[in-house]
Design a protein around this ligand. Structure first.
Ligand code: T1G
Length: 682
C-alpha cells in the first residue's frame, strides 16, 4: 500500500487518490503510487473506468523539480504514463488547484479531463528554462492546435478552467466542491455509453491544417524575438511544437526528448530552477522563530499619493485591504486618487478587470488630508520626500497619533532606517518596506530590518509581502540596502569606463546583449538625468548635461538624442563632454573594447558588492541577492543573477578580474575563491 495513494472502488469505478503535500509533485513516491494504483485497477476486470484525483490543495503541480539533475528513480514519468495511456479502460483526470507541467501532461495522458471552475491548467516549464518533456509539446497541439499551443507553452501562463474548457484542454466542468462525485459520474456515463478510451496522441484533426506551414513558426519567432531574446527554452519549444505537426507521434516524442535534454543539460535551466527555489526561500528568516506572532494587518494608511504612494496603495487594494490615503493638499490627493482610478480603468480596457472590480477597489481607498486619520490603522507606510528631516518629522508625528501596536513603515530607498526609528518612542515597531517603481508592478519588496525592529514586525512584513503578491527580501540597514547598493556599482563603472574609450552606445549594447532590457545610459535617459544622482562632488557628464537642461528622453535628450518617435541616436553633445572631462582628468581613450570586457568591468563589481552585503550580514543568503537583482533590476533570470553567474564564471576569475581593474575583492569573495567554494551551488 502506497503511503501517498489510496485506491477505492465506487460501483465499478476505480478511484486513485494521491495526497503528497505540498503540491502533489510527481516525485518517486507519487510515481510508485500511480504505478501501483493503475496496475491494480487495470488487472481487475470488475473495474470499468478509472478516476485519478488528488488530495490537498491541487492536482499534480508538475514533476518534482527538486529531483532534477539527479538520476531518475524508477518508475520514471514515462513508465507511469505508458501504463496509463496503454490501458483498456477510460481514465478521467479530476482536476482542482493548478495542474501544471508534468501534472497537466499526466492529465493529457488520461482519456478525459474534468475540472472545477477555480482550477487552472498549464505548461510553465519555460519558466524553468525547460519545455514540457513528458509529451506536452506533442499532445497539447493535438487538442488546441499549433498556434494556441505556441502561446500557452512559450508564456507558461496558467489557463483558467473555463477558458481551458473552451479550448478543449478539459472536457467538462465539475461543480465547485463536488469534483470527485462529478468525476465518478462522468466515468460512469462513459461506461454506460460503452465509450472506448480515446487517446490524445491519436488525434490529428487539430495539427493536420498546420502541416507543411513553416511560416507559422517563422512568424511566431519574429513576433516574439524581443521577448524571447537571450532565452533558450522558447526556441526549443517552437521546434518541438513544429515537430508535432510535421512528424508522426512517436517521431515527435523523440524530437521532444532531444530538445528537452538540450535544455536540461544547459546552464539556463539550472539557473532558472535554482531561481524558482530561491524566490521561495527569501521569505524564510533563520533567526526569527517560526512561531513568532504575526500582527493582523486589516487596514493600512499610506502617506503620499504620488507615484510611489499611489502604486503602493494599489497593491493593498488589489489584496482587498482598505487604505487611508493621506496627502497634505486636496489637489495632490485628487491627483493621486485620479491616477489610481486611471490605472485600473486602463487595465479594464485591456479586459483584465471588470468595471465592477474597478469600483470595488476604488471603494477601498479613503482619501484624507492630514495624519490624524491614521490613528487606528494597523500599518502606516510613508512614501514622502526622500529627505531625512522630512521622514523624521513624519515619524515623530505618527508616534503621537497612531495606536499602540501599529506598524510604522518607511518606503525609503536608502536613508538610515535606525535614524528614522529613533524619531519615535517605538523603534521596535518601525520597519522599512522598500517598493520598486512602479510599485504596483514590480514584485520585489525589500523588507528593511532596523537594529530594534521586533521579530513580530519582521515576520508580519515578510508574510504581508506574499499577501500583496510581492517577493520579500530581508535587508539590514545600509546605504541602498541590497538591490540599489549592488547595482549602483554598475552605474559607477559605466560612468568611469566611458572616459576610457567605449562610447555610451557600445557600453549599452554590451549590457543589452548580456540580457538586460537596456544599458545604463539608456536607463538614465529614460528615468531622467535629474532623478538619478549618486551624490558625486566632482564634475560629471550627467551633471553637465543637467546644467544644459538635457534631462534625457523627457527633455532635450541626454546621452542620446531622440526624434519624435523616441528613436535614439548617440548625442554629439554628450560625446563632447566625455572627451572634455576625460582630458581634464588626464585619461587617454583606449578606444572601444570587446563586449565581454565591458560586461566584466560593469558586473564583476556588482558581484563584489553582493559578496560585501553577505559578509556584512545585510543580506541573509546569496540567492536573496540574486532574487533582488533579478526582480529589482531585470538581471536576466537565465543567468541566475549576479551570484549564480559568478559561480558560472568561476570565483577565481572574478577575483583576478577585479584585481586587474584595481578593485579590491571583498574578503568573503577572496576566501571563497581560494577555497574553491561557490555562492549558490551548495
Ligand atoms: N516540484 C517541487 N516542489 C515544488 C513544485 C514542484 N514542481 N512546485 C511547488 N513546489 C514547492 C515549493 O518549492 C514550495 O516549497 C511549496 O511547494 C509551495 O509552493 C516533465 C519537466 C504550484 C502554483 O513549474 O508554480 O513538470 O517553500 O510557495 O504560491 O514536463 O508552486 O514550501 O518548501 O510556490 O501556492 C512544472 C511550479 C515542473 C509548477 C503553487 N511545474 N510550482 O504556488 O506555493 S517541471 C511547475 C508553482 C515539469 C515536465 C516538466 C507553484 C504552484 P516550500 P509555492 P503557491
Amino acid at each position: 500500500m502506497s503511503n501517498v495513494g489510496t485506491f477505492t472502488v465506487e460501483d465499478g469505478i476505480g478511484v486513485i487518490s494521491i495526497d503528497s503535500p505540498p503540491v502533489n509533485a510527481l516525485g518517486i513516491n507519487v510515481r510508485r503510487a500511480l504505478d501501483e494504483g493503475f496496475r491494480k485497477f487495470t488487472a481487475d476486470d470488475s473495474i470499468k473506468a478509472i478516476v485519478l484525483i488528488c488530495g490537498g490543495r491541487t492536482f499534480f503541480a508538475g514533476a518534482d523539480i527538486s529531483e532534477f539533475g539527479k538520476p531518475m528513480q524508477e518508475p520514471g514519468l514515462a513508465d507511469v504514463f505508458d501504463i496509463i495511456e496503454n490501458g483498456t479502460k477510460p481514465v478521467v483526470a479530476a482536476i482542482h488547484g493548478t495542474a501544471l507541467g508534468g501534472g497537466y501532461e499526466l492529465a493529457l495522458i488520461c482519456n478525459y479531463r474534468i475540472a472545477v471552475p477555480s482550477a487552472k491548467v498549464g505548461l510553465p516549464e519555460v519558466n524553468l528554462g525547460l519545455l514540457p518533456g513528458a509529451g506536452g509539446t506533442q499532445r497539447l497541439p493535438r487538442i488546441v492546435g499549433v498556434e494556441t499551443a505556441l502561446q500557452i507553452m512559450t508564456t507558461g501562463a496558467p489557463v483558467p478552467a473555463k477558458k481551458a474548457f473552451e479550448l478543449g484542454m478539459i472536457d467538462a466542468l465539475a461543480e465547485e466542491g463536488k469534483l470527485k462525485e462529478d468525476a465518478v459520474a462522468f466515468a460512469r456515463k462513459l461506461v454506460a455509453e460503452g465509450k472506448k478510451p480515446v487517446r490524445v496522441r491519436d488525434r490529428q484533426d487539430k495539427v493536420e491544417p498546420s502541416r507543411g506551414h513553416p511560416e507559422i513558426y517563422d512568424a511566431f519567432r519574429a513576433k516574439n524575438a524581443r521577448a524571447f531574446r537571450g532565452f533558450k527554452a522558447p526556441w526549443n519549444i517552437i521546434k518541438a511544437i513544429e515537430a508535432s505537426a510535421e512528424l508522426d507521434f512517436d517521431a515527435g516524442m523523440v524530437r521532444e526528448g532531444e530538445l528537452f535534454r538540450d535544455l536540461m543539460e544547459g546552464t539556463e535551466a539550472l539557473a532558472q530552477r535554482t531561481y524558482f527555489f530561491a524566490e521561495r526561500e527569501t521569505a524564510k528568516v533563520p533567526d526569527v522563530p517560526a512561531d513568532t506572532p504575526i500582527i493582523p494587518v486589516k487596514s493600512v494608511g499610506i502617506i503620499g499619493a504620488g507615484t510611489m504612494g499611489g502604486g503602493i496603495t494599489m497593491n493593498f487594494l488589489n489584496a482587498g485591504i482598505p487604505v487611508t490615503l493621506v496627502e497634505m493638499t486636496q489637489e495632490a490627493l485628487d491627483r493621486g486618487v485620479g491616477v489610481i482610478r486611471k490605472n485600473y480603468e486602463n487595465t479594464a480596457k485591456k479586459g483584465r478587470m471588470t468595471a465592477e472590480q474597478v469600483e470595488q477597489r476604488m471603494a477601498l481607498v479613503t482619501p484624507v488630508l492630514g495624519l490624524e486619520a491614521l490613528a487606528n490603522v494597523d500599518l502606516v507606510i510613508e512614501a514622502v520626500f526622500e529627505e531625512m528631516g522630512v521622514k523624521k518629522d513624519v515619524f515623530g508625528k505618527l508616534d503621537k497619533i497612531c495606536k499602540q501596536g501599529a506598524i510604522l513603515a518607511s518606503n525609503t530607498s536608502f536613508l538610515d532606517l535606525d535614524e528614522i526609528a529613533a524619531a519615535t518612542s517605538r523603534p521596535e515597531w518601525v520597519v522599512g518596506l522598500h517598493f520598486f517603481s512602479p510599485a504596483n508592478v514590480m514584485r520585489l519588496l525589500e523588507v528593511v530590518r532596523g537594529a530594534k525592529t521586533s521579530n513580530s514586525v519582521v515576520s508580519t512584513a515578510m508574510k504581508l509581502a506574499k499577501t500583496i503578491s510581492k517577493v520579500p527580501v530581508l535587508s539590514r540597514v545600509c546605504n541602498g540596502f541590497i538591490a540599489n547598493r549592488i547595482m549602483s556599482q554598475r552605474g559607477r563603472q559605466s560612468d568611469a569606463l566611458v572616459f576610457e574609450g567605449p562610447t555610451p552606445a557600445e557600453i549599452d549594447k554590451a549590457i543589452y546583449d548580456y540580457g538586460f532590457a537596456m544599458g545604463p545610459f539608456q536607463m538614465i535617459d529614460l528615468v531622467g538625468l535629474d532623478v538619478i544622482g549618486r551624490g558625486e562632488t566632482e564634475r560629471t557628464v550627467r551633471g553637465d548635461l543637467v546644467k544644459m537642461d538635457r534631462l534625457g528622453q523627457k527633455k532635450n535628450g541626454g546621452y542620446y538624442d531622440y526624434d519624435e518617435k523616441r528613436n535614439a541616436t548617440p548625442s554629439p553633445i554628450a560625446a563632447g563632454l566625455i572627451a572634455d572631462i576625460a582630458k581634464s582628468k588626464g585619461i587617454n581613450s583606449s578606444g572601444s573594447i570587446p563586449a565581454d570586457e565591458i560586461v566584466a568591468r560593469l558586473l564583476y563589481p556588482v558581484v563584489n558588492e553582493g559578496a560585501k552585503v553577505l559578509e556584512e550580514g545585510i543580506a541573509i543568503r546569496a540567492s536573496d541577492v540574486d532574487v533582488a537583482a533579478i526582480l529589482g533590476y531585470g538581471w536576466p533570470v537565465y543567468t541566475g543573477g549576479p551570484m549564480f553567474w559568478a559561480d558560472t564564471i568561476g570565483l577565481p576569475k572574478i577575483v583576478a578580474g577585479l584585481e586587474a581593474m584595481g578593485i579590491e575583492p571583498s574578503k568573503l569573495l577572496k576566501s571563497m575563491a581560494a577555497e574553491g567554494k561557490t555562492f549558490t551551488r551548495g
